[in-house]
Design a protein around this ligand. Structure first.
Ligand code: SAM
Length: 215
């Protein structure tokens, strides 16, 4: 049985969904953050040919789906648990939406699609997942694709912003962070290995981008 966590439900809330892009990515800081996410992925993507069949899960409002399409990837499936987020993504992607296959599904269930992808992208998702759920999702990724690019927050490093945040604001975040060793053990137990690693912002951010391949 899979574990429940708040992110499964909160992105079905109308207000959260409508404000998702403007709250996170419209400000100057948000735009820089978005650019850094894309830059990290583009570095790891050097190993993924553009002819690949890819899955963006969770696609949210299509932020990364749009970016993957702009890189020339054309066989893209965009999936999310939230129908409300998928609707925003379809609206936002306008004319390119004909080229995207949208699916409402839980990441914990993707191997049921019996659709082998070449690469799975999963950005700003693992931090929402408690340990067991992280493992379950990694296992599903390993069954459904030979490689994946994930973003995952790592605990226990002297990362500037995250170090100051609990002192300044109090650490009330529901973000789940594992240390590097536990993260790697989880990845390996799920049948994957870390091939390449990139920090979103070296020495400052705890957000880490990993290219994983089946062992
Ligand atoms: C922070 S957003 C990230 C969206 C997108 N990847 C991005 O970077 O903008 C988290 C997304 O995870 C989705 N989500 C939460 N639990 C999920 C699950 N178990 N399976 C699939 N999607 C899920 C939410 O609906 C939401 O769209």
């Amino acid at each position: 049985m899979s574990e429940n966590y708040p992110a499964e439900k909160i992105y079905s809330n109308k207000k959260t969904v409508e404000e998702y892009d403007s709250v996170r990515f419209k400000s100057f800081r948000g735009k820089i953050g978005n650019w850094l996410d894309q830059f990290a992925v583009s570095r790891l993507l050097k190993r993924v040919p553009v002819s690949e069949k890819v899955l963006d899960i969770p696609c949210g409002t299509g932020r990364f789906t749009e970016y993957l399409f702009s890189l020339g990837l054309t066989d893209i499936t965009a999936a999310d648990i939230s129908n409300e987020m998928l609707e925003i993504a379809k609206k936002k992607l306008g004319s390119i939406k004909q080229n995207i296959n949208f699916i409402q599904i839980k990441a914990e269930d993707i191997s049921r699609l019996r659709n082998e992808f070449d690469c799975i992208f999963s950005i700003r998702f693992f931090g929402h997942l408690p340990l067991k759920a992280q493992f379950k999702v990694l296992e599903e990724f390993s069954k459904s694709a030979p490689s994946c690019i994930i973003e995952i927050p790592i605990k226990g490093r002297l990362r500037g912003r995250r170090l100051l945040k609990p002192i300044v604001q109090g650490d009330n975040t529901a973000w789940h962070k594992l240390d590097w060793q536990t993260t790697v053990s989880n990845i390996e137990a799920a049948g994957l290995k870390v091939v390449k690693k990139r920090w979103k912002v070296p020495f400052i951010s705890d957000s880490c981008y990993l290219l994983l391949e089946r062992k």
